[in-house]
Design a protein around this ligand. Structure first.
Ligand code: ADP
Ligand code: MG
Length: 708
């Protein structure tokens, strides 16, 4: 047989064959030797460690999670009992400390012949509890004379399989044998070092081939840990180098429009029509943007700023810079309501200037739509505001110079990419997000973007007071709402939305609405209701009534989640707050506290809460700082679940975990930065291997390079 390399399909690996390869592909998505190599053990068992039967029983009854254990003992009273599917071989294992029943359902005849009574065996398996008695099903049996090496090494890897694989006899041990068979054929040549030598030395990393070998077959616990660290570092380092090169590539070669002029629109607006003084943070960010649009390179900037921090006006000012140089701009929002708000807000701000702003959403049709499309195409519309429709449909700009994307977590990387393709010189891109992302996350996920942060709220904002109230305090809460309404304020009451049961949610919301109707009778009180099943026009109608203060209470599902601006609303009541995620709660809370009045967020929950829910609620009560909240969120849920990263085509790491490996990520980042600073083209001989390694994986970089 020809020797295997990492690209070889598993079918051709010794001991696998077609059927097993098919099962590995179907169950574990393992296709090639490379995939198998990266199928890292879930954990390890120490085959030098033996427990007595008494210890195993005690452990099993006291520990929640059952783990594989190893015992030494002899068998007696072996017999076959039961019939048909219940037919099984049972035997009593004994050592000096006690006895335990062993049970096998499969391979009975063969086991009966090969297992000898009163002979010492090494017994390995996972104990289980049946009717309060500890036993073991399908243990692996080896003669007591078997060496550790024959058992699969001192420290044996445990691979996570699936029930289907196990039913085919493909257990962890068999997967381990496949990996062993792979290593029988691999040489260090197949896994050449890809990290430059000085870095390997500085961080005391073990070699690449060694690391893969040791992670599958560790010589000791310490070797295993070195292997894990090396592979995590490698994964994060390579990822950072790639991201930084994308950025570097864009900085050096992606042409960008130059927005030099400021006189006709920007300065006029800034000096005569700005309704307020910019905050220090807004000014700083604006300078960063200014530098980008003068650089001759395409801007790709992520603007992070907590809800209410004033991102919109920064976006507008950026679009005015474009306009001054004769370019159109587009602003995209994730929902129609938001697009409408932006349209209303921006039209109002530039009302005195000769600027044509248009709104294009899915519900604008027919003649009106045609007119807008014509205006966009002939350049008479200067700023086009809309939803996804802007990129999903064939909107042809005359010359779009700047694209602003609000609430970017709704737009994945791929969607962003669509924009860039529309033009030969890509427009400047400003991505705005109110979902604060922990620094480590933005490093890993947005490492290719430049990041600006607005970390200051406009002056005079009173921090929102957040409280936690339980069902038995409901009347008190209603009393408070009445006081606020009596003072002329308005109130949001939000019900959770669970995707699986929209009907149930609607029922919750409607029941809630009935209670509110009773407690807040007409005509003294007027109530708006908003939910996802309403037609856009009806939603808009209710939203407008609330905005015009014709209603005092807005009952809604999370459709109002993002961005909606109603400065007179001062109370946000969130029903079943325990059912919301942290980021979402924070977003919802950000709907209030936008005007001059003190605002409140009331988190209503059941009396009983689980630990996670309690942490979430307490975090909200304690802090308004979106970044702190994001940190807690990441700790609770892990990076993969953080809003905005899962859908955005973020990289999946095979071994690194950016929550727990923050320190390694930082090392990888600074190392990658220093490397590319010193040798931007990776032209030095010392970096040749890294360069070669990257070039073998360029599809990803190329794709990104092209689209951005
Ligand atoms: P977000 O960052 O959440 O999109 P917005 O841009 O909607 O925030 O701004 C929130 C509110 O704060 C708006 O009413 C806006 O007019 C106001 N605002 C923005 N910047 C300032 C400022 N520098 N001074 C006073 N008010 C401001
Ligand atoms: Mg906004």
């Amino acid at each position: 047989m020809a020797s295997v390399n990492l690209k070889t399909p598993l079918t051709f690996l010794k001991g696998v064959g077609e059927q097993r390869a098919a099962a590995l592909l179907k169950e574990l998505e393992l296709e090639t030797c490379f995939d198998l190599l990266h199928f890292f053990p879930l954990r390890y068992v120490d085959r030098t460690d033996f427990k007595t039967i008494a210890q195993v029983k005690q452990l099993t009854l006291s520990v929640a999670e059952l783990r594989d254990v190893q015992m030494k003992g002899a068998l007696r009273n072996m017999k076959v009992i039961g019939a048909k599917k219940g037919r099984r071989l049972v035997a009593e294992l004994y050592d000096g400390s006690g006895t335990m029943e062993l049970v096998w359902f499969n391979g009975i005849n063969w086991l009966q012949k090969s297992l000898k009574p009163d002979t010492q065996y090494i017994v390995f398996g996972k104990p289980s509890i049946f009717n309060g008695v500890v036993n073991m099903m399908h243990p692996e049996m080896d003669p007591a004379t078997t060496s550790e090496f024959q058992l699969g090494g001192k420290i044996q890897p445990i691979y996570s399989g699936t029930e289907k694989l196990k039913a085919k006899g493909m257990n962890s041990k068999m997967i381990s044998r496949f990996v062993q068979s792979l290593f029988d054929q691999l040489t260090p040549y197949d896994l050449p070092e890809n990290i430059p030598a000085d870095i390997v030395e500085k961080y005391r990393l073990i070699g690449r081939f060694d690391a893969y070998k040791q992670i599958h077959f560790p010589d000791s616990d310490q070797h295993m840990q070195h292997a894990v660290r090396r592979l995590k570092f490698e994964e994060l380092f390579i990822d950072q180098v790639k991201l930084l090169r994308v950025k570097q590539f864009r900085h050096s070669s992606s042409m960008g429009f130059i927005f030099k002029e400021l006189d006709r629109y920007f300065n006029v607006f800034y000096n005569a029509y700005m309704p307020f003084e910019l905050t220090g943070a807004q000014k700083r960010v604006l300078k960063e943007i200014r530098k980008d649009v003068l650089s001759g390179r395409q801007m790709n900037r992520l603007l992070q700023g907590d809800v209410g921090s004033g991102k919109t006006v920064v976006a507008l000012l950026t679009m005015l810079m474009a306009l001054d140089s004769g370019f159109q701009s587009a602003l995209m929002a994730p929902t129609e309501i938001l697009a409408q708000q932006h349209y209303a807000g921006i039209s109002e701000l530039v009302r005195e200037l000769p600027i044509r702003v248009a709104l294009l959403t899915g519900s604008i049709k027919g003649k009106q739509r045609k007119e807008i499309l014509t205006g966009v195409a002939d350049g008479s519309i200067h700023i086009l505001i809309g939803t996804h429709a802007l990129i999903e449909e064939t909107v042809q700009f005359q010359n779009v110079g700047c694209v602003v994307i609000d609430e970017q977590h709704r737009f994945g990387v791929e969607q962003r990419a669509k924009l860039w393709n529309k033009n030969s010189i890509a427009p400047h891109i400003l991505v705005m997000t109110a979902t604060p992302i922990p620094r480590t996350l933005s490093m890993a996920y947005y490492g290719d973007l430049d990041v600006s942060i607005i970390d200051e709220l406009p002056p005079g904002r009173k921090p929102i007071t957040t409280v936690h109230r339980k069902e038995n305090e409901r009347l008190r809460v209603f009393g408070f709402l009445k006081e606020q309404i009596a003072e002329g304020r308005q109130v949001f009451i939000i019900y959770p939305l669970i995707e699986e049961s929209e009907k149930l949610d609607l029922k919750n919301l409607m029941q809630g609405a009935e209670v509110i109707d009773r407690e807040f009778p007409k005509p003294a009180y007027q109530v708006s209701i908003l939910h996802g099943r309403m037609k856009p026009a009806d939603k808009d109608f209710e939203m407008q009534r609330f905005l015009k203060k014709q209603t005092q209470i807005m009952i809604s599902t999370t459709v109002i989640e993002v961005g909606v601006n109603v400065p007179n609303a001062t109370v946000m009541v969130i029903e079943n707050a325990e059912r919301f995620g942290l980021a979402q709660l924070h977003q919802l809370r950000g709907r209030v506290g936008r005007g001059a009045h003190q605002s409140y967020c009331i988190l209503m929950t059941d009396n009983k809460l689980n630990a996670d829910a309690r942490t979430r609620i307490q975090t909200l009560v304690q802090t308004n700082d979106g970044f702190k909240i994001a940190e807690v969120d990441m700790q609770l849920r892990g990076p993969g679940e953080i809003e905005g990263t899962r859908q955005s085509g973020a990289p999946q790491f095979a071994i690194a975990n950016i929550v727990t490996d923050e320190a390694i990520l930082k090392e990888a980042r600074v190392t990658a930065e220093a490397l590319l600073d010193a040798d931007p083209s990776l032209g030095l001989p010392a970096h040749a291997a890294l360069k070669k390694y990257l070039s073998e994986q360029t599809w990803k970089i190329k794709q990104w390079g092209k689209v951005s």
